[in-house]
Design a protein around this ligand. Structure first.
Ligand SMILES: [Zn+2]
Length: 133
């Protein structure tokens, strides 16, 4: 391979090593990835034989992150950090009465938009004021 398909840098190196991967702000390293690795952008053109395994590991990571984000303990931790009680959280997020209590008891799974808003507020708690507005 003469140049990186992502950034055009010359001479990507054929090698097998871990590749960092990010999904929903969660980072991991996919181990032992065979292909042409670009030193400039970190991109990798996978070997044909490596594609299936790579896709499987990525899918597994996605499932793990999605599971963690819908995890009752995570939801409760962020809500507490925002200094909301469960019913205030329902008001603010526009969820049904009792919804947060159900999420935190593991009896219901929040809609992806609720998770996204939680993540956003986890990173930018100052935005809470705008929701109150
Ligand atoms: Zn590159």
């Amino acid at each position: 391979m003469e140049k990186c398909p992502d950034c055009g840098a010359p001479d990507p190196v054929h090698d097998t090593h871990g590749v960092s991967y990010t999904y929903k702000d969660r980072h991991t390293t996919i181990p032992s990835v065979s292909g042409y690795h670009c030193v400039q952008c970190g991109g990798v053109a996978l070997d044909g034989a490596a594609v299936e395994r790579f896709d499987e590991l990525v899918a597994r990571f996605h499932r793990r992150v999605d599971g963690e984000l819908a995890d009752p303990a995570y939801i409760a931790a962020v809500r507490r950090r925002l200094r909301l009680d469960p019913s205030e959280a329902d008001d603010l997020f526009g969820t049904d009465t009792g919804a947060f209590a159900s999420y935190e008891a593991g009896k219901a799974t929040p809609h992806p938009s609720t998770i996204k808003l939680l993540q956003l507020l986890e990173r930018h708690p100052e935005l809470l004021d705008e929701l109150h507005g």
